[in-house]
Design a protein around this ligand. Structure first.
Ligand code: FAD
Length: 531
């Protein structure tokens, strides 16, 4: 699957009669492709950039009920998310894992401790699992000695979950392809085909991959699903619909674990505006986020953190962890994602609802908003909405597992500890045997201090649809976020592994490295901020 030449093979066969086409290869599109393929539909997913390159690789990576949404009375969203979290924890072991949170309470917090206690009880009741507990100041300080301790009144401990967002997307897409679905990256829908009645009846697709001369094809289909996330209005206006989305940027700072060494997530209120902010361990680094700022009409493909957001997040860090003496130079990487919310004109962007929206306009079904956590529900809802246009009016079984059960054979032959095995199973599912068989000697070792194995880099280049270097370093593996300087100090060994796998000549390699470095400096670091 997705070995050399795979894109050309798909392009050569795009003119078959598809039952449906999904536009957008983030978590929403991936979830829809997954459910459509397992229902036996001929489904095609097209993605303008790389799979998961939109918001779905730039989320906070929490699989959570969204305790804070209770504050805005988004009960339904919280309830659904809590149920999905529990299900993903059961059915996505190794990729979705529990994460302990603590919520310290201080004098003058915007929400009093007694109300938090009630909220957390409701949160636990929704999950039918009692997980939270109240601690006195000493108890909470023992759980997290890095906290500002002098004003501490106590706090709570509770449980949520986290994941690797981009890997979740890739796993869903690959399971869909295994079930007969088709997915292609770097293929942008530049227009919609329409009948005389103005109903949408297909797409015009342009190849954006290098060396393809921007070939264009018209593909007919009875159903087009617009799962383009923050960019959804761009397709909607092509059928005459009015833009309805508000675009909010959320940014994160990443610190090396040794600079901000916390073993649990810490949820606290920002001292400036009382918004909830999180600091949490993730895959060997510590992430702090997020912001929530209006982007106006500047909807870039690669959003970047602004100096004001950096200041906002740094002041949150020094407020809660004053004794760690964290300074700007400690920031290892940054990233920003764009959230699409229904624009109801609320003055405070954080008050806009995080529920997803579903619109059918002239046969174009748009599904956007929502959360990573609720992708399965969104997929079912989209497919139910267009069911009557599908052959045989298929039913979509919501009882099927979210992710397939892998049945590895080769994994047991490797000398790996239980947690690494589980991690590989979660990330690669049924592909884990392919990964193991492709590994060369010495590639069972982790890269530096992080959990990623060198063999995962080879596998990504070998079989995971990598077109550009940033696909590999920012999404298939996450070295661009986890290692200093975006992983560039390790680039010689990476080159030795992937250049032959991808058949890139030296000129292409140099171009890819320089484009990656430019992107990383601009959107994944503070290097340009210091100039
Ligand atoms: P995207 O992932 O953006 O995918 C849309 C895709 O469509 C893009 O890849 C884009 O390239 C493609 N596209 C656009 N136009 C075209 C075209 N013309 N042709 C082909 N393709 C096209 N949710 C959680 O559950 N937990 C969290 O911790 C969390 N944290 C978040 C933090 C931030 C800062 C933000 C912004 C959101 C967060 N969310 C979280 C929400 C979640 O990340 C998003 O709801 C989700 O990733 C959106 O996925 P999507 O597939 O709809 O959009």
């Amino acid at each position: 699957m997705w070995k050399n030449n795979w894109r050309d093979q798909i392009w050569d066969n795009l003119e078959i009669p598809w039952d449906l086409i999904v536009v957008g290869g983030g978590i929403t599109g991936a979830g829809i492709l997954r459910e459509a393929s397992r229902a036996g539909l001929r489904a095609l997913l097209v993605e303008a950039q790389d799979f998961a390159s939109g918001t779905s690789s730039r989320s906070s990576k929490l699989v959570h009920g969204g305790f804070r949404y209770l504050k805005n009375a988004q009960i339904n969203l919280t309830l659904e998310s809590v149920h999905e979290r529990q299900r993903l924890l059961r059915e996505g072991r190794g990729l979705i894992y529990p994460l302990g949170f603590i919520m310290p309470t201080y004098k003058n917090d915007p929400i009093p401790a007694w109300l938090l206690g009630i909220g957390l009880s409701i949160y636990d009741l929704m999950a039918l699992k009692w997980g939270h507990r109240h601690y006195d100041p000493k108890g909470i300080y023992e759980l997290c000695p890095q906290l500002q301790g002098s004003r501490l009144l106590g706090g709570f401990r509770y449980i949520d979950a986290q994941t690797d967002d981009a890997r979740l997307v890739i796993r869903l897409i690959r399971e869909a392809v295994r079930d007969g679905g088709t997915a292609i990256n770097y293929s942008q829908v530049v227009d919609l085909c329409r009948l005389r009645s103005k109903q949408v009846c297909g797409i015009v697709l342009k190849d954006l991959a290098p060396g393809t001369k921007g070939r264009i094809i018209e593909i007919k289909t009875p159903v087009v699903i617009n799962a383009t996330g923050a960019w959804a209005d761009n397709l909607r206006v092509k059928v005459g619909a009015k833009p309805r989305l508000r675009h909010l940027r959320g940014s994160h700072l990443i610190f090396p674990e040794k600079k901000l060494p916390i073993s649990r997530a810490v949820s606290f209120w920002h001292p400036q505006d009382g918004r909830p902010v999180f600091a949490y361990p993730w895959e060997g680094v510590t992430i702090v986020g997020t912001t929530d700022v209006d982007m106006g009409s500047q909807l870039q493909i690669d959003p970047c953190i602004s100096p004001e957001e950096v200041e906002y997040l740094m002041s949150a860090v020094s407020h809660v962890f004053p004794d760690l003496g964290i300074i700007l130079n400690d920031v290892q990487a940054t990233y920003s994602g764009i959230r699409a919310v229904l624009d109801t004109g609320k003055a405070d962007p954080s008050k806009e609802s995080r529920e997803y929206v579903l619109w059918n306009e002239s046969g174009l079904l748009t599904i956007t908003g929502g959360k990573l956590t609720t992708f399965r529900l969104m997929a079912h809802s989209a497919l139910r909405a267009i069911r009557r246009h599908l052959p045989g009016r298929p039913t979509f079984n919501s009882k099927l597992r979210v992710l397939d059960i892998p049945s590895p054979k080769a994994l047991n032959d490797l000398d790996l500890n239980g947690s690494t095995q589980l991690r590989l199973l979660g990330r690669y599912g049924q592909d884990v045997d392919g990964l193991v068989e492709t590994m060369k000697s010495g590639e069972i070792e982790p890269v530096d201090q992080i959990q990623t194995l060198w063999g995962e880099i080879r596998w990504a280049a070998h079989a995971e649809g990598v077109v550009h270097l940033d696909d590999l370093l920012l999404r298939r593996v996450r070295l661009g976020l986890q290692l200093p300087k975006g992983g560039i100090p390790w680039i010689d060994r990476i080159r030795a592994i992937i250049q032959p796998e991808l058949c890139w000549d030296d000129l292409r390699w140099d171009q890819e490295v320089s484009t990656y470095q430019e992107l990383w400096k601009r959107c994944y670091s503070l290097e340009n901020h210091n100039e």
